[in-house]
Design a protein around this ligand. Structure first.
Ligand code: ATP
Ligand code: MG
Length: 159
């Protein structure tokens, strides 16, 4: 359905407001000027965003920050990213991170809860919608997961 992108990003932040407050995380949403609304499968994309924000929260220590940003990429696709200032992911694990049940070293994941499915589900959904998902991360600095969706968008500048 036609979705207001800014509202969708704020909604996902609201869904996690309890944990955000509890961990004193600062969260921001940015919608670049080149996009306002888009046609998308709201339930499914909400699940992708939820999985990514849930990870960002889980793997970011108290007092950190999370930023969710949306805009067009150079191919005219909708591009949404979730960036955090968390623990990051070692280089050797990055390429396997979207596999089902894959979790970075059990010691650090043990206390976190979870099954290692969030990212693989996110990738399934994004692929099913004709998009792509990728992750950039630096150990002890943070991570950024970016996904794209091909779609009909309306530009605020009317172009
Ligand atoms: P689930 O999502 O099923 O509750 P999970 O969060 O462990 O469990 P995924 O979301 O698939 O599973 O993530 C896989 C692994 O990737 C995590 O266990 C964690 O080690 C690492 N990871 C994912 N997102 C981040 C992030 N933002 N920062 C640091 N590590 C991350
Ligand atoms: Mg997860």
């Amino acid at each position: 359905q036609e979705t207001d992108i800014a509202e969708m990003l704020e909604d996902v932040a609201d869904r996690f407001s309890f944990q955000i407050r509890q961990k004193r995380i600062s969260i921001g949403t940015i919608v670049r000027r080149d996009i306002s609304t888009a046609w998308l499968d709201r339930d499914q994309i909400d699940q992708v965003l939820g999985n990514l924000v849930s990870n960002a929260l889980k793997y970011t220590p108290e007092g950190g920050s999370i930023e969710i940003e949306a805009g067009h990429n150079s191919e005219g696709m909708l591009e949404i990213s979730v960036r955090d200032s968390g623990i990051g992911i070692p280089k050797k694990d990055i390429e396997r991170i979207f596999e089902r049940f894959y979790r970075v070293d059990k010691a650090r994941s043990r206390n976190m809860g979870g099954t290692g499915l969030g990212l693989s589900i996110a990738r399934e959904i994004v692929k099913a919608h004709g998009g792509a998902i990728s992750l950039q991360s630096e150990l002890n600095k943070g991570s950024k997961v970016t996904f794209t969706l091909p779609l009909k968008t309306q530009r605020r500048d009317g172009a």
